[in-house]
Design a protein around this ligand. Structure first.
Ligand code: HEM
Length: 446
């Protein structure tokens, strides 16, 4: 019998422990080395997992678009999110996924989300209401609070006192299972200043979500159509399409899918603008031209073209989703290799977004590469929202939110690194409140 030919990769020793250590010590160095040393398909062991790292836009297209139905979300991914917030859209497969996607998709269409433009601007205005030149703000905390508030309004059409801090603990707890499952995190984790094992942390965080759970219960028992996500799901429940547990799981997953990605994107946006005065000036010119003296609203969105380019370049640079995983549902041919059924495939936006074959001077922050007259970026080399049918359902919502927050703040203020804030915002290990990222408010010139 002919033996299977595996792609090249590093020898991590027993249980891939060498790779685990490299991964934990210097994730980006490790990833860079994998592709520099072994090419566009790399095979390596990390903990108990054997991974195929795929790093060419043609192969990415094959996995996420052309053959997407033959790739499932891996068991470890599902188990970690199931234990945490249940089975939402991102955990479903086949017909169950199709039905849920059909149900949710209309809520994320431009027409629907435009209704939330006013809410986004209102929340952003509240955030900056007390900002004065010289004020030092923890931008991480401020943006996360804003994002959570917008997500709560979008989902529940309500303000939920006490939900913010609880959701943050839940969010922080949420990263633990994935890291554990990958075999890169066995630690005992800090929680509320005390040290407690991750499992205790998760349980406690879950209990904190009382305010939102209560609201779901009330609306399930006495349905009212408020045009929010909860109303749509409750209506679906009344028709018998969704149990209350499924509804609750979906709500949690939508909430948490937005908190981390949006916050990381917006914090990096402000950090990068502070380093790039020419880009910041261009933003200010566009805002003056498009807004005049008005506060931003949905009618201004199409005019904020440069702002959109800056946000896209921020997501190229900072990659709010570090890696995407899939498990093959059957044997798959990828170039000269066959990945057996059950094989674990990893796609890493960090590597694709910094690949000089796809981006000229990838280490430079250059929003112009996303201009309409730009040279045309390979869609599979730039995947902050994933790609294909399983790509981010909320891409248009996320872009609307980011553009309006940028416009609301930058119309009035500049943000510069606060004295003593030497570190960059980190995205691995991810930064969370409790690790403040301080910026100083300055008045805009002229
Ligand atoms: C900058 C903001 C965001 C980024 C960068 C982002 C990124 C992503 C990525 C990369 C995926 C695909 C994951 C994969 O293929 O394995 C995804 C899926 C998903 N995202 Fe987002 N996301 C963002 C905001 C949001 C928001 C605001 C929501 C909800 C309100 C959301 C809800 C979802 C859901 C439900 C899925 C699963 C889709 C499916 O499996 O069919 N995302 N997102």
């Amino acid at each position: 019998m002919q033996s299977r030919r595996y792609p090249p990769g590093p020898d991590g020793g027993p249980f891939g422990l060498g790779n685990v250590l490299r991964f934990r010590r210097d994730l980006y160095g490790f990833l860079d080395e994998l592709v520099a040393d072994h090419g566009d398909v790399v095979y390596f062991q990390i903990g108990s997992n054997f991974i195929y790292l795929v790093n060419h836009p043609d192969f990415v297209r094959q996995v996420l678009v052309d053959q997407w139905e033959h790739f499932k979300k891996p068991a470890f991914f599902k188990e970690s999110s199931r234990g945490h917030w249940g089975d939402g859209l991102s955990n479903l497969e086949g017909d169950a996924w199709r039905a849920r996607h059909r149900l949710l998709q209309p809520l994320f269409q431009r027409r629907h989300i435009a209704r939330y433009a006013r809410v986004v601007v209102e929340c952003a205005q509240d955030m900056i209401a007390n900002w004065q030149p010289g004020t030092v703000v923890d931008i991480m905390e401020a943006i996360l609070t804003l994002v959570v508030r917008v997500a709560v309004r979008f989902t529940f059409d309500a303000e939920l006192e006490g939900y913010g801090p609880a959701s943050r603990r839940q969010e922080r707890a949420g990263t633990i299972p994935l890291d554990e499952a990958l075999g890169v995190d066995f630690r005992v984790t800090e929680y509320d200043g005390r040290t407690s094992p991750a499992v205790v942390m998760r349980r406690r965080a879950g209990r904190d979500m009382g305010a939102a759970s209560q609201l779901i219960r009330q609306r399930w028992l006495t349905p009212t159509d408020r045009g929010d996500i909860l109303s749509t799901l409750v209506t679906s429940g009344q028709r018998g399409d969704l149990t209350r547990q499924q509804l609750t799981d979906e709500i949690w997953q939508l909430m948490f899918a937005s908190h981390h990605t949006m916050t990381i994107t917006l914090v990096w946006l402000w950090h990068l603008l502070a380093q790039e005065p020419a880009v910041e000036r261009e933003i200010h010119c566009e805002l003056d031209r498009v807004l005049g003296d008005e506060a931003p609203d949905r009618s201004h969105l199409p005019g904020l073209e440069y702002g959109e380019m800056v946000i896209k370049e921020t997501m190229r640079f900072c990659m709010p989703s570090l890696y995407l995983f899939r498990e093959t549902a059957r044997d798959i041919h990828l170039g000269q290799y066959t990945i057996e059924q059950g094989g674990l495939v990893m796609i890493c936006p960090y590597l694709l977004h910094r690949d000089p074959r796809s981006f000229v001077e990838p280490e430079r922050f250059k929003p112009e590469r996303f201009s309409k007259s730009g040279s045309g970026i390979n869609k599979m080399a730039y995947i902050p929202f994933g790609a294909g049918p399983r790509g981010c359902i909320a891409q248009a919502f996320a872009m609307m939110l980011a553009k309006l927050v940028l416009a609301t703040i930058a119309r009035l203020h500049r943000l510069v690194d606060a004295p003593g804030q030497a570190e960059k915002p980190r995205f691995f290990p991810p930064m969370y409140p409790g690790q403040p990222f301080l910026m100083k408010v300055e008045a805009r010139d002229g």
